[in-house]
Design a binder for this molecule. Sequence first.
Ligand SMILES: [Zn+2]
Length: 298
Amino acid sequence: MQIYKLNRHLTAFYFWGDLEPANAALPVGVGSNWMFGTCQALGVACYVAHCGNDALLYDTLCTPEQALSVRNYLEAELNIKKIYVVLSHWHLDHVGGNAAFADCPIIATHKTREYLSLHKEGIEAGTLWGEPPINPLVLPHITLTAANSIFLNELEVQLLPFHIHSDDGLTLFIPQYGFLFPGDMLEDSATFIVSPEHIPQHLEELDWMRRLDIKKIYPNHGRSFIIEQGGYQPEFIDAVSHYLKSVCAILKKEPDATVPPLQEILADYFEQGIIHYWQPYENVHRNNVEQIRSAMKL
Ligand SMILES: [Zn+2]
């Protein structure tokens, strides 16, 4: 675990991915099991907003052990007494550590709770996404259907729902700093497509997101050195829109077309340093292309 102090009110906790050159997941990538594919190969972060003795944790990572290491740090090093947990969405690499915060209010969109509740048995048995199981899976205690704010003493944390990446998404926005925490709605190097039929809505909502007064962006799957050095620029959102539009345009013209690699599709954004090429995302890209291709042939 690497800890990055973003400022006096925000701390990032980063695991695996590009942090560990000997990371066993890197040559394997997507397809071995969900934890290798989503967390270990891509790298995974969670974020904590804190003010005084109150803190808000955004996502609980992949395992209770990881989540507990974050909790121990908050209590021992930052003297945190009250912890709210907010979940970005229901995907397993974001809720695996909920059990370490079972005694804290866990907050999510109403849909996130619905999905977790619906799939609880399969998630706990390790059959929904396969091994490893998350058992017990602790469900959110409080659900939202619209934007809301939580105040950590004088620090306002806004909870803003968007339908990007999945239809249960919840971002954090900290108006005092203009920091956006988008969960999996923005990933470096490419977004992960799970519902290609909703891409038009994703694009529309990315446009809405772009209108926020954003200074920096901190994704859950991004490059560790960018998070450490102060986060991503708002143009990160443009890179994700460009990617979705480019892949869809190629396949719309010719559904059997060969789609160029990520490095080529996003070349301008890599060159400008808006995003940073991370090879395991070629697997994500290939999977995305096949998802969009199948959806277009329906
Ligand atoms: Zn996700």
